[in-house]
Design a protein around this ligand. Structure first.
Ligand code: AHR
Length: 503
């Protein structure tokens, strides 16, 4: 068995962990909203048509913030279609996903659902086919108490209290040629800054997110961010990052090292934002909203799922319904390690998405809801990663990958909660064949013991939870740990993700 070493010291801190790091994303896409969170004919639907079983799973997942209503969808969306009497709401073409949007669910219903799952709303405005005025309109409708036509309309629609939405995304993936309204970084930067200034005339305390790159392989990567931030720096608070990973041509070595790409992505965008800060001699720091990240079998969507026919505009089709395996969950766990490692600059993030669409929660119409494999690392990390991230000192053997060169077999991060004294350690073993003994120096923590140790692993790395086998994969207690003389030892099986709590 190979071994790796980790040292934990609560005095060396990266930064506080913002609870918004455990956000997710609900887009009007496929069966995320319709026949996902909302299914009025389901036996477990509540008085508003929302599935109670889904609500319970979302709460168990530990999601804090939800980005809504898109995604690519938002760039063609008219928010006012989704308010008022349902029978009068228009049916529209959704060009992003080649579907029909019935508008049965809109802002008012979604805010109702968010209360049930106890999450904050992060709202995206359409800067694809629309602009400043429509962003102002939805802000007025949502956040002004009363006394104007739009705010009174919200009250008339049943919501007396304003929604007080704090975080607003200024469009979505405007660097992508697939995006309605896509343009140059300068064109987008101008539109974004005009929108931001106007929105701040209503409320200067809003937290505004400007669009960064759709992935680190985009041709303008980092230049896009530089130009956009040169135009918007003083008016925005966050730059967004998006990244999805999938194994290509069976290259699981590289796939398991996806967090290396996420680390470099974050470091590059932090450097770019700080470059603009330096040039402007600004006192303000722009942080990152990593508001779309996940494993996504994009090639399956592109080759099999994509709808194109001129007469084919289905309502809530099955789209992007990836079934996740153990190896996918290990990658999701390692991406969470990367986000935590950057807690000083990544202060908001959204697992894309939440239900049915590249999601940790799946549902069957009229049937059950269940946890995908990726549910577990997210739920455990959200529950256990409290307080601050500690500066990791890690020594690991390496292996070679086609995409990222030499990569550590083990990756790990630790968090510490001064209010409880608990320290949590999150670890992955990326080896396809070898177990690793991780030797952790915990002497700086004083007298501690392991109070919980859970490992996600299966001899079949392709094992999944499906409609027919909903409980096939779940984390199991890892009983291999021991502590003596300030050293903890634990065995990490090949292709595994582990969380340990020291108290
Ligand atoms: O999450 C699926 C899609 O991925 C989103 O709509 C878009 O923003 C991204 O390209």
């Amino acid at each position: 068995m190979i071994s790796a070493r980790l040292a934990i010291d609560p005095h060396f801190v990266v930064g506080p962990i913002n609870r918004r790091l455990f956000g997710s994303f609900v887009e009007h896409l496929g069966r995320c909203v319709y026949n996902g969170i909302y299914e009025p004919s389901h036996p477990d639907a509540d008085e508003d048509g929302f599935r109670r079983d889904v609500i319970a799973l979302v709460r168990e997942l530990g999601v804090t913030t939800v980005r809504y209503p898109g995604g690519n969808f938002v760039s063609g969306y008219r928010w006012e279609d989704g308010i008022g009497p349902r029978e009068k709401r228009p049916r529209r073409l959704d060009l992003a996903w080649h579907s029909t949007e019935t508008n049965e669910i809109g802002l008012d219903e979604f805010v109702k659902w968010l209360k049930k799952v106890d999450c904050e709303l992060m709202y995206a405005v359409n800067l694809g086919t629309r602009g400043v005025q429509e962003a102002l309109d939805v802000l007025e409708y949502a956040n002004i108490r009363s006394g104007t036509t739009l705010s009174d309309l919200r009250v008339a629609n049943g919501a007396v209290e304003p929604y007080n939405i704090r975080m607003w995304c200024l469009g979505n993936e405007m660097d992508g040629p697939w995006q309605l309204g896509h343009g140059t970084p300068y064109e987008y930067g101008r539109l974004a800054v005009k929108t931001a200034r106007a929105m701040r005339q209503i409320d200067p305390t809003l937290e505004l997110v400007v669009c960064g790159s759709s992935n680190a392989q985009m041709p303008l990567f980092a230049n896009w961010e530089r130009v956009v931030l040169e135009e918007t720096y003083d008016e925005v608070d966050y730059i967004s990052c998006h990244a999805y990973y999938e194994p290509r041509d069976g290259d699981y070595e590289s796939f398991l090292a996806s967090a290396v790409n996420m680390d470099r992505f974050i470091d590059s965008i932090v450097a770019t934002a700080d470059h603009v800060k330096a040039v402007r001699d600004s006192k303000k720091t722009i942080n990152i909203s990593f508001d779309e990240w996940n494993v996504w079998y994009y090639s399956r969507y592109a080759e099999v799922d994509r709808i194109t026919g001129i007469d084919d505009w289905p309502v809530a089709p099955r789209l992007l319904e990836d079934a996740y395996s153990v190896v996918d969950a290990v990658v999701v766990g390692s991406l969470l390690i990367s986000l935590l490692r950057h807690a000083d600059r990544v202060t908001s993030a959204s697992l894309a998405q939440l239900v049915n669409v590249i999601a940790p929660i799946m549902t069957e119409p009229g049937g059950p809801a269940w946890r995908q494999t990726t549910f577990f690392p997210f739920a455990l990390t959200s529950r256990l990663a409290r307080g601050v991230t500690l500066k990791p000192k890690l020594e690991s053997p390496t292996y070679n990958t086609a995409l990222y060169g030499e990569v550590g077999v083990v990756d790990a991060v630790a968090t510490h909660d001064a209010s409880t004294g608990d320290t949590a350690v999150f670890m992955v073993n990326r080896s396809l064949t070898e177990a690793v003994e991780l030797v952790v120096d915990v002497s700086s923590l004083g007298q501690v013991q392991v109070v919980d140790a859970q490992t996600l692993h299966d001899d079949d790395i392709h094992a999944k939870n499906t409609l027919d086998a909903q409980e096939r994969v779940r984390p199991k207690p890892n009983t291999s740990h021991s502590i003596s003389d300030g050293t903890m030892r634990i065995t990490l099986p090949p292709v595994s993700w582990t969380a340990v709590v020291l108290r």
